[in-house]
Design a binder for this molecule. Sequence first.
Ligand code: ZN
Length: 201
Amino acid sequence: MKIICVGRNYVKHVEELKNKVPDKPVIFLKPDTARLKDGKPFFYPEHSSNIHYEAELVVRISKNGRHIQPQFAHSYYNEITIGIDLTARDTQQELKENGLPWELAKAFDDSAVVGNFITLTKPVSELSFSLEKNGKVVQKGLAAHMIYPLDELIAFISKYFFLKQGDLIFTGTPEGVGPIAIGDEYVGKIENETLLNLNIK
Ligand code: ZN
């Protein structure tokens, strides 16, 4: 299983980090060891002092495929959840300034928090999602605001990577990212359904 992530896929998030709107999707990977599931806590690691939450819609690939055309992409997934792409912003800033790869900032252990999957009953583009931090909503997203919609992402990604059943795609975060702290409690929802709980220890 591999985890494929999309960066800079919502205009307001691109702006809050003072990045440029990309002219093609920004893609990076996390290893399977990055996956944190089943409501387990995240233990703040010593390698960073500025880890941010990024709430994102996450789809699970349901059959193998490469070179998938956008019009057929919808048949390669049928389950969705909300996830958190934990990002060491201090490390990422240093790597970006030096033009270096992002793995140390993005692919560390437990950095891909994944909620419970639900079966899709309508197009992804019609979904809204939210993240609450200690009882207060900090991120609200509308999939319709993705710069690159899911089916285009799958077409793009599958030109480079053989998508296999069980692979996860993190589809990018909307605005409102911020730092996590020990003791925080996060709740992730799609529409009004709670699918993710995360405690920071
Ligand atoms: Zn992200």
